[in-house]
Design a protein around this ligand. Structure first.
Ligand code: MN
Length: 243
């Protein structure tokens, strides 16, 4: 099983969650929300063979932490993965729009200069603005849109731009999300939880809850679970070897 976007460092008992991920042999991409979280998260995950860490600066923290871009640049050579980064167009964060675009564009440009990265991207209520920048920074790497919640037409543009999609509990709950999933090419899909910030059946989601996402993918795709697992594992292998 694969959780391609969660925040292991932000669970109340991160060590226990990491141990359970290792016990279940999960493949996890643990995204960070600030460059200063990189060091501690690296230590937390030092022994986990199938867990990778992404270097990030979350759009909700862009205004407060833009001074950490120097640290971002200094750490970028240590990882192939960047995230969580992106733009957030919800009213609470729109007012920091210029900081958000400054940070996101800086990061995409740094990824380009570094030869490309696999980038886990937040695009809540800002999909077209994110896509515009991905078009400008074509060589930033492989964008993986996390928890996509935009329109069908933006989805088509994202697919044309080469985006991948990590699908989580928030997308399988309603008809809209399932309709979007049905339109994403199967070979561009990965699973995620966005734990601990996403809940499932009224409780906090853990990385192994991607199982519920796999069940939903099986329903949407109309394929059995072993086939879902095979598609996702092949996708991960292809993503990691291609970039
Ligand atoms: Mn997240």
């Amino acid at each position: 099983m694969i959780d391609f976007h969660c925040h292991l460092d932000l669970y109340p008992k991160p060590k226990e969650v990491v141990s359970e991920c290792i016990r279940r042999d999960l493949y996890v991409l643990s995204v960070t929300t600030t460059p200063s979280a990189w060091k501690g998260t690296s230590q937390l995950l030092a022994d986990a063979r199938h867990i990778r860490i992404a270097l990030g600066l979350h759009p909700e923290l862009a205004a407060e932490r833009k001074s950490e871009l120097d640290l971002f640049d200094a750490l970028l050579h240590e990882t192939r993965y960047v995230g969580e980064v992106g733009l957030d167009g919800t009213p609470a964060f729109r007012r920091f729009w210029s900081d958000q675009t400054y940070v996101f564009e800086h990061i995409l440009s740094a990824c380009e200069a570094a030869g490309g990265r696999i980038i886990s991207i937040h695009s809540k209520r800002a999909v077209s603005e994110v896509l515009e920048r991905l078009e400008t920074f074509r060589d930033a790497g492989v964008p993986v849109l996390h928890w996509y919640s935009g329109t069908q037409s933006d989805l088509h543009q994202a697919i044309d731009l080469g985006c991948w999609f990590s699908v989580g509990p928030g997308m399988i709950a309603g008809e809209k999300g399932r309709a979007l999933i049905a339109r994403i090419p199967k070979h561009r899909v990965l699973t995620e939880t966005d734990g601990p910030f996403c809940s499932l059946k009224g409780r906090r989601a853990y990385p192994w809850d991607v199982q519920a996402v796999m069940v939903a993918l099986g329903e949407v795709w109309n394929v059995p679970q072993d086939e879902v697992a095979k598609i996702l594992n092949d996708n991960l292998r292809r993503l990691v070897s291609a970039s």
